[in-house]
Design a protein around this ligand. Structure first.
Ligand SMILES: CC(C)(COP(=O)(O)OP(=O)(O)OC[C@H]1O[C@@H](n2cnc3c(N)ncnc32)[C@H](O)[C@@H]1OP(=O)(O)O)[C@@H](O)C(=O)NCCC(=O)NCCS
Length: 168
């Protein structure tokens, strides 16, 4: 089980009890625009998403997306972790937070901790970053945690082009 602690956040494995939070987060306009429609319309869909997404990845890869909570209050604020794609050898770092928690440095704080976790606990030195072509916030987060823009890529299954970030 992953438990990553930062100054202000805890990143932990998802459980099915997080379904209500997931239902909310994955239907945020910013998620739909920048990550895509996961077709999660009710609590059962959200449980299925958790089972077939993060939990399946914990089993198959030993890592995945984690639930991000405020450390002091255990309030869920977003998710951050590692995503394994079929078309890349290395995982990429993923993050999304509820809009009311943007601009507080949570994405960069958690993504930096995930890179350290990958290196120290999983022995994964090379973690990538993938963003929509115009997702300035996400690009800035990736730069802040030490990745650099590499090139525009056409990823299988994605209609629009993406930007690939690699370690410096
Ligand atoms: C992208 C996202 C994760 C940023 O979260 P956040 O917690 O607000 O990010 P941080 O506070 O750590 O900000 C890091 C840097 O990015 C900048 N930034 C954040 N959002 C930005 C935006 N929309 N445009 C330009 N810069 C932005 C911040 O100013 C900060 O830079 P600075 O330290 O030089 O001032 C958040 O907007 C989000 O959840 N979006 C929807 C999901 C998503 O797009 N995920 C990424 C998929 S690849």
């Amino acid at each position: 089980m992953a438990l990553i602690e930062t100054d202000r956040l805890i990143l932990r494995d998802f459980t099915l009890d997080d379904a209500a939070f997931v239902l909310n987060l994955v239907n945020e306009p910013s998620w739909l625009e920048n990550i895509g429609d996961k077709n999660v319309h009710n609590l059962q869909d959200a449980e299925d998403y958790i089972l077939n997404g993060p939990m399946k990845s914990y089993q198959e890869n030993g890592y995945g997306l984690y639930m991000a909570e405020l450390k002091l209050k255990s309030v869920p604020v977003g998710m951050c972790g590692l995503v394994k794609r079929d078309f890349f050898v290395e995982p990429d770092v993923g993050f999304a937070f509820l809009p009311e928690y943007w601009g507080l440095g949570f994405a960069s704080e958690s993504a930096k901790a995930v890179l350290e976790f990958a290196r120290d606990e999983l022995s994964i030195d090379r973690v990538l970053g993938i963003t929509n072509i115009d997702n300035r916030g996400s690009m800035r987060v990736l730069e802040k945690i030490g990745l650099k823009y590499d090139k525009i890529v056409d990823l299988p299954g994605y209609q629009e082009q993406s930007r690939l970030f690699i370690p410096k």
